[in-house]
Design a protein around this ligand. Sequence first.
Ligand SMILES: [Zn+2]
Length: 155
Amino acid sequence: MLDPAQDPSLDPRSLTPDQWRSLLGPLEYAILREAATERGGTGRYLDDPGPGAFHCAGCGQALYGAAHKFHSGCGWPSFFQEVVPGALREIVDHTHGMTRTEMRCSRCDGHLGHIFADAPRTPTGMRHCVNGSAILFVAAGETVAATFARHRPAR
Ligand SMILES: [Zn+2]
């Protein structure tokens, strides 16, 4: 199966839209591949799932540790920094009449959310406002491959 989360040697940028559709749920596809936004307060991970890490739901790259998550009250999971430099790609986004900084996964170019400099009580002052459906939590002690194998849509 062509799954970059279970095959680290696979370049996710080579996947076609149909191949992504076979790996992602409809909301995951709309967010990651079409830059949609889930309705505030409805997504996964508004509560903390415990020790572990948050990975890109498209390609499986690690994006955030559980310790980088904080409660912003904005309606989406919020993080104050990525797990390692280079995990994210930032793009200036002028859509919807605003200038915002969009975040994408650096491995698969999947849309994750936006970054705002409005979190003065965090160590960085930054709020990474992430769509819950763009990320997948891998609990401490679990492997990325096994977690994604369970999560991918049944075929
Ligand atoms: Zn990715």
